[in-house]
Design a protein around this ligand. Structure first.
Ligand code: NAP
Length: 272
């Protein structure tokens, strides 16, 4: 990690945060940031100028003007699949001063490697993964996990002001390497989404005699479907540990099937 230096953030700790990709998750995060008094601006593939005006956010369809808008932090919230292409197309020469680049992608090695490859060397890099979304965080963020990795941080004050947003909301702050995150997330989040998608393919629905366990499965299906398929695809394609976890799931399913007694043998025995 680089040596720290003092920071130019305002004395109140309020940040000017530029958001790239103003989809579902960015809008969800933006509401808490606005509530805390930060000043937001956004750019996105889709025109969100009306929605942004309603929220008091400046919307830039011109990415160069967005980069030139004096941001302390630039938070990238695009899909995992479009992340690299979006970053590569950004005219970084329009930056007026170095900024802290933060990403919130659900895969971390890919985010880290791409940011380090394409950003100007004087930009700081903070990789994060809020381990919750609009559904699980709809009643507040208290005790929800927030993972971060200070990949290249020199302006410590800007970084800690940004992390404070999540601390104030009561998140459990977990500093962890991007690699460790991906290893753990493949075993936990990716498996959760995969099971949710399987239940969705099966079209499970609640019945008049639901057990609590089945209610949880129906809820899992609902939660998984509220995320885009791009997100699920990204969890698989850009996490090098996910492939093995999918194999483990298949193997476990086969093993379980073989553990079950053969039904027709049982029936034959019962009829003897
Ligand atoms: P998503 O489908 O993963 O991403 C949607 C965002 O990506 C939108 O801002 C969209 O822009 C942009 N995008 C997609 N394809 C694009 C392309 N070809 N070119 C430019 N922009 C493109 O849905 P999301 O739930 O909002 O997630 C955003 C990010 O947050 C993802 O990286 C995800 O891993 C991360 N995350 C999500 C959650 C969650 O619960 N949803 C939780 C933690 C982290 P437009 O809206 O302008 O079309």
């Amino acid at each position: 990690m680089s040596a720290s230096v003092s920071a130019p953030v305002s004395s109140s700790g309020n940040l000017k945060i530029g958001i790239v990709g103003f989809g579902t998750f960015a809008q969800f995060l933006a509401k808490a940031m606005i509530k805390q008094g930060h000043s937001l601006r956004a750019t996105s593939r889709t025109d969100y100028s009306q929605l942004c005006a309603d929220l008091g956010i400046a919307f830039f369809s011109d990415v160069a003007a967005f980069l030139g808008a004096d941001n302390d932090v630039i938070m990238i919230c695009t899909s995992i699949l479009s992340f690299s292409q979006v970053l590569k197309s950004m005219p970084f020469h329009s930056l007026k001063q170095p900024a802290l680049f933060v990403d919130v992608l659900s895969v971390k090695e890919h985010a880290r490697d791409t940011l380090l490859r394409v950003l100007p060397e004087d930009s700081d890099v903070l990789c994060t993964h809020p381990m919750f979304g609009p559904e699980s965080g709809k009643h507040g963020w208290r005790d929800l996990n927030f993972m971060y990795d200070k990949v290249r941080v020199r302006e410590e004050n800007t970084c800690s002001s940004f992390l404070k947003i999540f601390e104030i909301e009561g998140c459990r702050m977990l500093e962890m390497s991007c690699t460790k995150h991906d290893e753990l997330a493949a075993k936990s989040q990716f498996i959760t989404h995969t099971i949710g998608r399987i239940l969705s393919e099966m079209d499970i629905e609640s019945t008049p005699i639901d057990t609590k366990g089945f209610e949880a499965l129906v809820q899992l299906r609902k939660n998984t479907e509220s995320d885009s398929f791009d997100l699920f695809s990204g969890l698989y394609v850009q996490n090098r540990f996910a492939k093995q976890e999918l194999k483990n799931l298949e193997l476990a399913f086969e093993k379980l099937k073989h553990k079950l007694p053969k039904r027709n043998v049982e029936e034959q025995e019962a009829n003897q």
